[in-house]
Design a protein around this ligand. Structure first.
Ligand SMILES: Nc1ncnc2c1ncn2[C@@H]1O[C@H](COP(=O)(O)OP(=O)(O)OP(=O)(O)O)[C@@H](O)[C@H]1O
Length: 262
């Protein structure tokens, strides 16, 4: 396997079997995800995006095919390197303990855990809430804690499943910029599932658009906009043109998944 490839996905198929039916979630997925790249996955609801992310992280096994993970020598991505849309933080732990949770699992000593947690909380503007509990925070603040925790693990990979999907529009904009900045500083390998084309083009180096279920790669686009990027990019004519082109592709698949004729 090439050392610049973080995830090598080969001929992955996934079928979920239940007592009365089989759901073909993914078929014939082949991808090389480069180390240090930011890849966004778009696709209609139910096309298998989350399933693919879970397979990348080893939370789910493919029915056939394989995923090789280079930098961890085949080990699984730590669970704390995932960021989900909600329920990402533990309600019984303080903000600081949530952020240092993955480090504790990795055996890092208490003082060092605390220092790393405070460093990441300050990067997301949450250091004043270190001793608060999640129920005392807004949804946006909880997601900042979840994102800080994922970065704090030190995992070279972050797998994000619509991490900003449950936020109001303004908070989401601010968080997109924050995520962009964190990634630009850290350059981890990020795979992020989103429904928002703008978000994918703003954050990603590459955008993968999937077909309706069973999900396959329909289009694989390099995002050409220079970094560092900011939200101002969205006014760029190249950005607008790429966004409408991807929407045309995606709309066909959304129609297909909803059983609507174009
Ligand atoms: N554990 C499971 N058991 C049975 N079916 C499942 C399971 N997990 C997912 N599926 C099915 O596999 C298909 C793909 O689901 P998945 O959650 O990966 O889609 P998605 O693209 O992430 O959807 P959304 O955008 O709505 O979150 C769906 O039809 C779903 O019902």
């Amino acid at each position: 396997m090439n050392s610049t490839v973080a995830f090598a996905v080969r001929d992955v198929h996934k079928v979920f079997f239940s007592s009365d039916r089989a759901v073909h979630a993914l078929t014939n997925i082949n991808l090389d995800i480069e180390t240090g790249s930011f890849t966004c996955i778009l696709g209609p609801s139910g096309c298998g995006k989350s399933t693919l992310l879970r397979i990348l992280g080893g939370l789910e096994k493919p029915t056939s095919g394989s995923v090789e993970t280079a930098a961890l020598g085949g080990e699984e991505v730590p669970a704390s390197a995932y960021v989900f849309q909600d329920h990402g933080v533990f309600p019984w732990l303080t903000v600081a303990d949530n952020v240092s949770f993955g480090l504790e699992m990795a055996g890092v000593k208490k003082k060092e855990r605390r220092d790393i947690a405070m460093q990441w909380l300050s990067k997301v503007g949450m250091e004043q809430f270190a001793t608060a509990y999640p129920e005392q925070l807004s949804g946006g603040m909880r997601q900042r804690v979840a994102i800080a925790r994922a970065f704090a693990t030190g995992s070279p990979y972050l797998l994000m499943d619509e991490p900003l999907g449950a936020l109001d529009a303004q908070t989401r904009r601010v968080m997109q910029e924050q995520l962009l900045q964190l990634w630009q500083e850290e350059q981890k390998t990020v795979v992020l599932v989103t429904h928002a084309i703008e978000e994918a083009l703003l954050l990603g180096d590459r955008v993968i658009t999937m077909t309706a279920r069973p999900g396959q790669v329909k289009e694989d686009d390099v995002v050409p906009f220079v970094r560092p990027r900011s939200l101002d990019l969205e006014a760029d004519s190249g950005f607008i043109a790429m966004k409408s082109r991807i929407w045309r592709t995606l709309r066909t698949e959304v129609n297909e998944s909803l059983g609507v004729s174009a």
